[in-house]
Ligand binder design. Structure first.
Ligand SMILES: [Zn+2]
Ligand SMILES: [Zn+2]
Length: 339
């Protein structure tokens, strides 16, 4: 019996009788992170990282949550389970599962660069590694965060010199908190869409120290928004909600901005190649660091990435899952339930 099976409800550990990021309601769910495609409604028990719990409560309401810290082990029916930082968003974790000396790791979503807010990705040795592959093509190659932050800051200063509002498109859980670190260096007049404000309030209540953000409401005046920075989720881009900020410039923060045509097609003024997922080299580096002799590749460019691994002596297979891509600029943003 495999330690983890691919079932129609999700990744299933039959010996432990639990699922990891199930896409259908189950009895016991272990959750990698709070994005809506990985943390779904309807399960009886949820096990997640301490930092993930308030974000799950915001999205899924009150449930039976059990929390653990990184590197803390719990046993589920004799299967040893521990969570390890994945570096993707606040609380995001890889799930390590061990039974009878056999170790599997489920990556969830991850990135290797330490973004200053999501915890630093920890390579975990295992026999079998289940990896995402959102940006699993060689064309995806990220620059250091600091460089992208400087681009964002320069863009904001340019907009201010032209009396334009800077509207930054960033998904509400993850990217929005991450770019704040860049924005606060050039302005403290920061406004956010309701979806991002809800996440912000949740994090503040959970004890996070974040800069002061103001919520855009129908009462927000044009004067207040003068030369301001507005952070909005992709779902708000191009809607009448944006009219209030006129004259403005739109900048999109997404790994997809690496492909020139994406920015042009969407008619954005600036594209910032900032992703919360590993790029091609990051995926390869992560896989090698696990020293796994078998790799399963999920959501993304799974066939291209699995083929590459096979050609380079690492046995790999692609697996179909129901996981999506919160970074997709067309998405209806997770956490936007109140908007
Ligand atoms: Zn995610
Ligand atoms: Zn994912």
């Amino acid at each position: 019996m495999a330690l983890i099976e691919f079932s129609d409800k999700g990744l299933y550990c039959p010996i432990g009788n639990f699922f990891i990021d199930p896409w259908k309601p189950v009895d016991n769910a272990v959750i990698t992170h709070a994005h809506s495609d990985h943390a779904r409604w309807g399960s009886k028990n949820y096990l997640c990282h301490t930092q993930t719990k308030p974000l799950l409560q915001l999205r899924l309401g009150n449930n039976n949550y059990q929390t653990v810290d990184w590197n803390e082990s719990v046993y589920i029916n004799q299967v040893k389970v521990s969570l390890h930082p994945a570096g993707h968003i606040i609380g995001s974790s890889q799930i390590r599962v061990e039974y009878n000396g056999e170790v599997w790791v489920v990556s969830g979503d991850y990135k290797l660069e330490n973004d200053g807010i999501s915890g630093e990705f920890e390579p975990v040795k295992c026999h079998t590694f289940i990896t995402e592959s959102t940006f699993g093509l060689p064309i995806y190659k990220w620059k250091p965060q600091q460089e992208i932050f400087q681009q964002i800051q320069q863009w904001i200063l340019n907009n201010q010199s032209q009396n334009k509002c800077s509207v930054l498109i960033a998904y509400s859980l993850g990217k929005a908190q991450r770019v704040l670190q860049a924005v606060t260096k050039v302005t403290d007049n920061i406004w956010v869409h309701g979806a991002i404000y809800n996440t912000y309030e949740t994090l503040i209540n959970a004890g996070w120290q974040l800069p002061l953000l103001k919520r855009v409401t129908p009462e927000t005046t044009k004067e207040a928004l003068h030369n301001a920075v507005v952070i909005a989720p992709p779902s708000a881009d191009g809607t009448p909600w944006m009219k209030k900020f006129y004259t403005y410039s739109v900048g999109v923060c997404s790994g997809w901005m690496q492909v020139r045509g994406n920015a042009r097609r969407r008619n954005v003024d600036a594209g910032f190649v900032l992703s919360d997922h590993a790029d091609w080299n990051g995926l390869l580096q992560a896989v090698k660091a696990t020293e796994a002799n078998k790799v399963f590749v999920t959501h993304g460019f799974q066939s291209a990435f699995a083929r590459h691994l096979n050609e380079h002596g690492i046995e790999a297979a692609e697996v179909k899952t129901a996981f999506g891509d919160e970074e997709d600029v067309q998405e209806n943003n997770s956490g936007s339930t109140n908007e």
